[in-house]
Write a protein that binds this ligand. Structure first.
Ligand code: NAD
Length: 499
């Protein structure tokens, strides 16, 4: 049993609220530790601390700030296995997948080494007689990130790396389900040379989140989690005058055209549908084969591959395709949704509901499930299941296929598998979804592009990482200057124009 407190002022501190949450080992179902849940007063103290440290950090030149990110990248590589192990133990994902989680965050840290370049402004000489105009990007001050359980390394880094490289102080409120890795990341940032108080991890639940949303000294909030909470965060944060970006849930479709390479499409679906037990916002959860003949070929090839998926604890290393779900509650919810699909008349062609992991009978495992004949009106089609469940929704032609993701509530990711450039091009242009894959099942953009869904998958107008990461955590100031001869000619009383 271990206890996780907070990371404030450059060190681990114990929680003082008297409230805590249990941390489970998802593979065994046992409680392995506890995490403190911050009170308003603890959040306020962390913000005060961050506020005091921020001006000196903002005044540190961007090249020196970038060097901290450089060193941080080295340390992440040094501690990769340690971080991945801690991550798998609390999240349940496989060890190679946990390393991927750290790696995709590391790549954002790597991108943020470009801070001096990303923070450059613009300059127009001679915009009027003796007048120059220039713009500068300045940090906001104290900013925050509230992150989900499913990527406890990557998503915190998506948020704090650009914010800190830009000169802000940061309050991270990670998921209470798997809090160890965010604490380790904060320690590594200190080891990399970050001054105390610039990155603070305040653990907690709704209470800590509300304290962030209402804190007058927090200027911006970046959120990732489920859509209902994203909407809430966006509404409350904006009404308090903060800058807010809030990314939500997903239901990602993959369209399989009749000319697609079926073996490649099936492999793609297996990885994207069942990897991380489906607990990814970019998981493919609906396969849309075009035409009955394509659908029959797809199902025939999918069934044996789904049945052959290897499930187990992270300690089994490369021998396992996916692990348990994160909590007992998540396991019950997913099993309930599979029951609902059967009631609604979808055809459950692979039934993983009775899966039991030998030696881990109390773990939060769910076996792989595959539904055929899923239709638009069903709850299992409308709802984000977030488990190892893939639905096949048959479409008679391309137009019917594209209409499914277009009319769905969510708009995070989507993919098309085809050999036809014309279809792929039309699809990429018309689809109303933020991230599109062409013969690529999980089109997660690399660190130097931006990540963000549309419709109910994202609220706010700037994406995460890439250039938008810096834009979100900075503001532009535009300076119009005239030196010094303009003044000696005397005052002007009419508005200056360029005529
Ligand atoms: P969640 O919404 O339950 O929790 C996210 C964060 O919000 C956590 O830090 C949690 O403590 C906090 N929170 C939970 N309930 C709250 C409440 N009532 N009031 C205030 N704060 C609250 O999400 P989760 O289960 O941790 O993560 C899974 C979800 O995140 C899925 O829906 C998934 O699609 C989504 N997700 C989206 C993206 C994206 O970029 N769009 C990426 C990863 C995950």
């Amino acid at each position: 049993m271990y206890e996780i407190g907070h990371f404030i002022g450059g060190e681990r501190v114990a929680g003082k609220s008297g409230r805590s949450a249990e941390i489970f080992n998802p593979a065994t179902g046992e409680v392995q530790g506890s995490v403190a849940l911050a009170s308003n007063e603890e959040m306020r103290a962390a913000v005060e601390n961050a506020k005091a440290a921020q001006p000196a950090w903002a005044a540190t030149n961007p090249q020196r700030r970038a060097r901290v990110m450089m060193k941080f990248v080295d340390l992440l590589n040094r501690d990769m296995d340690k971080l991945a192990e801690a991550l798998s133990k609390e999240h349940g994902k496989t060890f190679p997948d946990a390393k991927g989680d750290v790696q995709r965050g590391l790549e954002v840290a790597e991108f943020c080494i470009a801070a001096p370049q990303m923070l450059k402004g613009e300059f127009s000489e001679g915009a009027g007689p003796g007048i120059d105009i220039y713009s500068i990007r300045q940090p906001l001050g104290v900013v925050a990130g509230i992150t989900p359980f499913n990527f406890p390394a990557m998503i915190p880094m998506w948020k704090f790396c650009p914010a800190i490289a830009a000169g802000n102080a940061f309050i991270l409120k990670p998921s209470e389900r798997d809090p160890s890795v965010p604490m380790m990341l904060a320690e590594l940032m200190i080891e990399a040379g970050l001054p105390a108080g610039i990155l603070n991890v305040v653990n907690g639940d709704k209470g800590a989140v509300d304290a962030i949303l209402d804190d007058p000294d927090i200027e911006a909030v970046g959120f990732v989690g489920s859509t209902a909470i994203a909407k809430y965060i966006y509404g409350r944060g904006c009404s308090n005058g903060k800058r807010v970006q809030a990314f939500g849930g997903a239901k990602n479709h993959m369209i399989i055209m009749p000319d697609a390479d079926m073996d490649k499409a099936v492999d793609a679906l297996i990885g994207a549908g069942y990897g991380a037990a489906g607990e990814r916002c970019m998981a493919v959860s609906v396969a849309v084969p075009v035409g009955e003949e394509t659908a029959d070929r797809l199902i025939e090839k999918l069934i044996p591959k789904v049945e052959a998926l290897k499930i187990g604890p992270w300690t089994a290393g490369n021998d396992v395709d996916f692990g348990p779900l994160v909590t007992r509650e998540a396991q019950k919810r997913v099993l309930g949704l599979v029951d609902r699909g059967v009631e609604e008349g979808a055809k459950l062609v692979v039934d993983g509901r009775n899966f039991r992991m030998q030696g881990y009978e109390d773990g939060f495992f769910v076996g792989a499930c595959l539904f055929d004949n899923v239709t638009k009106d069903m709850d299992i089609y409308k709802t984000e299941i977030f488990g190892p469940v893939l639905s096949v929704a048959r479409a008679k032609d391309y137009e019917e296929a594209i209409d499914l993701p277009m009319s769905h509530e969510y708009g995070n990711g989507v993919a098309i598998f085809t050999r036809d450039g014309d279809a792929a091009r039309d699809f990429a242009s018309r689809i109303n979804i933020g991230m599109v894959g062409i013969n690529v099942p999980i089109p997660v953009p690399l660190a130097y592009y931006t990540f963000g869904g549309w419709k109910a998958s994202g609220f706010g107008d700037l994406n995460q990482h890439g250039a938008d990461g810096f834009r979100f955590y900075t503001r532009t100031k535009t300076v119009t200057s005239r030196w010094p001869s303009g003044i000696k000619d005397g005052a002007e009383f009419s508005i200056p124009t360029m005529k």
